[in-house]
Design a binder for this molecule. Structure first.
Ligand code: FES
Ligand code: FES
Length: 159
């Protein structure tokens, strides 16, 4: 059985039919958004992180039907008119990935942290990213990227 839902996706209204057992990652793929990736499928790795009504959630554990009426943000939505946001760029500059499979989830959680904490300590960064796993073990570079993004944003705010 399918149900028609409407929601805002990265600031734009969308409407679509969604199956009763379809998860949010699959719904997003049908909108050609492939940043949120399904890996463990059990809420354990963070690769599928999206934001629903401002809260980071596991797309693999979120029913597509739950997106009805929500504000949904994905890693693709961080970019503005072809320009990567500070966190995305910091991950590239720091080389904070190897295969890149986990990267969108880390970027989403790092972005969420910086929206809440202006100048996070390394411990706060580690705590906030504790639910995200990187099989390539790029953790030192990931933490450095988040730190650099926070510093860059702070420098921009002072200009
Ligand atoms: S795929 Fe969703 S948390 Fe791992
Ligand atoms: S960069 Fe490969 S899993 Fe993180």
């Amino acid at each position: 059985m399918r149900q028609h839902i409407s929601f805002n996706l990265n600031g734009r209204p969308v409407s679509m039919d969604v199956g009763a057992h379809e998860d949010a990652v699959d719904v997003l793929r049908r909108r050609n958004l492939f940043g949120a990736r399904e890996s463990c499928g059990q809420g354990l790795c963070g690769c599928c992180t999206i934001k629903v009504d401002g809260v980071p959630v596991s797309g693999c554990l979120t029913l597509g039907l739950k997106l009805d009426g929500a504000e949904v943000e994905t890693v693709e939505g961080l970019e503005r008119e072809g320009v990567l946001d500070i966190v995305q760029q910091a991950f590239i500059d720091a080389g904070a990935f190897q295969c890149g499979f986990c990267t969108p989830g880390f970027v989403m959680m790092a972005s969420d942290l910086l929206a809440r904490v202006e100048a996070p300590t390394d411990e706060q960064i580690k705590d906030h990213l504790a639910g995200n796993l990187c099989r390539c073990a790029a953790y030192p570079e990931i933490i450095a990227a988040v730190r650099a993004a926070a510093e860059k944003r702070s420098a921009h705010a002072q200009v």
